[in-house]
Design a protein around this ligand. Structure first.
Ligand SMILES: Cc1ncc(COP(=O)(O)O)c(C=O)c1O
Length: 493
């Protein structure tokens, strides 16, 4: 059998395995952590897909490769990947690199366990509960339930499923048969996962009623009332309202107290999608933006976004204390959740979810929290707000920048108006020409590797940039860089 061993397998060779991993960690420290977070290095190294395929030599072959070649492959993977930890990566609602969180992720990956039973994840079962308890306390609940989900979209879907199950418990068995047409309500600015969730759960996207927003992107409670009446008049049964705390593009916070009043009047489940804005709860100064969140039935909160806990870290929090999660999703697999185990089987939390194996997502947040303390995390949130305000002030001083709206969060939405369009607002093709600027600048910045920032059209507005101030390492110099760089890239337009 020995000679059937592949040439370069490290199976059964712990010394060589350790040497390889030490080398890989060394490369990660040099190339991702040191260079990847350095403002003087590139954010990305753009290649056309065909060239990238060739450079990476992606094909999988029957013959294994030597350790040196594997190390070269690791370097290539890192080289051509986008450095989301870079101070000029502003493209997403997550960025930056927290060393404690990364340490947690490395430990999680190395231990490679599943969160489903106390038997194989004793530390993480207890830790998950403690972390969820802390997050619930920040929402304002002294009891409740929850679970870490693979992302905010899935957390939102869980909320929809739970709200439906609570109202119609036999839908678990009977499915959609016997259910009336259901209606759920969310704003025009909601995350697209609400519609996806409705489709995925068999509710259908037609069951999503879109509520109007005001000029700042906040749900209008009067229109929510109106939509509920319209849905009822059409024969649908309203069951859930999904409000958003921190909308994806504008960063708006829906008025939760007024929405909770509507939900209370109509007996509707209130879900708050705080995937983006939930971390503001840590800030004494800014948490008023989520006033009323304690009245929600469920909350989705992604610490992997503003807290930089690392992908993925998304909590679904519930006010429920009746074991709704387990009742809704459990199926009591006797080979995993044996009831005659030698410990308290309530610690086997795996039947709360629709997954079987589930990643450990609590350690990275727990370790980061231990290191930073709640106060450190609060400072992080407050700093992000302060830097966003700084950016807004600087942007207003410059000729070529126009704010889309005054931000109330760390999303700063603006147009870069290039020299040829300045003072031409009255021209009939101004909007059309302005909308073409962001895609051109995006291509230029990515091809140079100098910066990454997202843009999008929005309603009747043409493409504008959405700056996200989330990376905890950002400074005023990075805000200045953003503005200078856009001016440099767009000076000939
Ligand atoms: C408001 C909001 N909800 C939900 C999500 C989805 O989160 P995830 O990407 O973790 O699925 C996002 C993502 O940006 C978001 O902005």
């Amino acid at each position: 059998m020995a000679d059937s061993k592949p040439l370069f397998s490290l199976d059964g060779d712990p010394v060589a395995a350790e040497a390889l991993l030490r080398d890989v960690f060394g490369i990660v420290v040099d190339e991702v952590i040191r260079k990847g977070t350095s403002a003087s290095e590139k954010v990305c190294e753009w290649k056309e897909p065909e060239e990238l395929k060739r450079l990476l030599d992606l094909e999988l072959r029957s013959q294994g490769e030597a350790p040196e070649q594997i190390l070269a492959r690791c370097r290539a993977v890192i080289r051509y990947s986008v450095k989301t930890c870079h101070p000029h990566f502003f493209n997403q609602l997550f960025s930056g690199l927290d060393p404690h969180s990364l340490a947690g992720r490395v430990i999680t990956e190395s231990l490679n366990t599943s969160q489903y039973t106390y038997e194989i994840a004793p530390v993480f079962v207890l830790m998950e509960e403690e972390v969820l308890k802390k997050l619930r306390a920040l929402v304002g609940w002294s009891s409740g339930d929850g679970v870490f989900c693979p992302g905010g979209s899935i957390s939102n879907m869980y909320a929809m499923n739970l709200a439906r199950y609570q109202r119609y418990p036999d839908c678990k068995q009977r499915g959609l048969r016997g259910l009336p047409p259901l209606a759920l309500f969310t704003s025009k600015e909601c995350h697209y996962s609400i519609k996806k969730g409705a489709a995925f759960l068999g509710l259908g996207t037609d069951s999503v009623w879109i509520v109007k927003t005001d000029e700042r992107g906040k749900m209008m409670p009067e229109d929510l009332e109106r939509q509920i009446s319209l849905a009822e008049a059409e024969g649908s049964v309203p069951f859930l309202v999904s409000a958003t705390s921190g909308t994806t593009v504008l960063g708006a916070f829906d008025p939760l107290e007024a929405i909770a009043d509507v939900c209370q009047r109509h007996g509707l489940w209130l879900h708050v999608d705080a995937a983006w804005g939930g971390s503001v709860l840590l800030s004494q100064t800014h948490r008023h933006l989520l006033d009323g969140i304690q009245r929600a039935d469920s909350v989705a909160w992604n610490p992997h976004k503003l807290l930089a806990a690392g992908l993925q870290c998304s909590a679904l929090l519930l006010r429920d204390t009746s074991n709704l999660l387990r009742r809704c999703h459990g199926s009591q697999a006797s080979y995993l959740f044996q009831q005659d185990k030698f410990y308290d089987v309530a610690l086997d939390t795996g039947d709360k979810v629709v997954q079987c194996g589930r990643r450990v997502d609590c350690l990275k947040l727990w370790l980061m929290w231990k290191a930073q303390g709640g106060q450190g995390l609060e400072r992080r949130v407050d700093r992000a707000f302060a830097l966003a305000w700084y950016l807004v002030e600087e942007l207003k001083k410059r000729e070529g920048f126009e704010l889309v709206i005054e931000p109330e969060f760390v999303n700063v939405c603006f147009w870069f108006v290039p020299p040829s369009l300045r003072g031409k607002q009255e021209n009939p093709d101004y909007g059309e020409r302005l909308a073409k600027v962001a895609p051109v600048l995006k291509e230029r910045m990515v091809k140079e590797g100098s910066m990454m920032i997202g843009y999008q059209p929005h309603g009747t507005r043409g493409n504008f940039f959405r700056m996200v101030v989330a990376n905890p390492a950002l400074t005023r110099a990075d805000m200045d860089f953003l503005l200078n760089e856009l001016e440099r890239l767009g000076q000939d337009l």
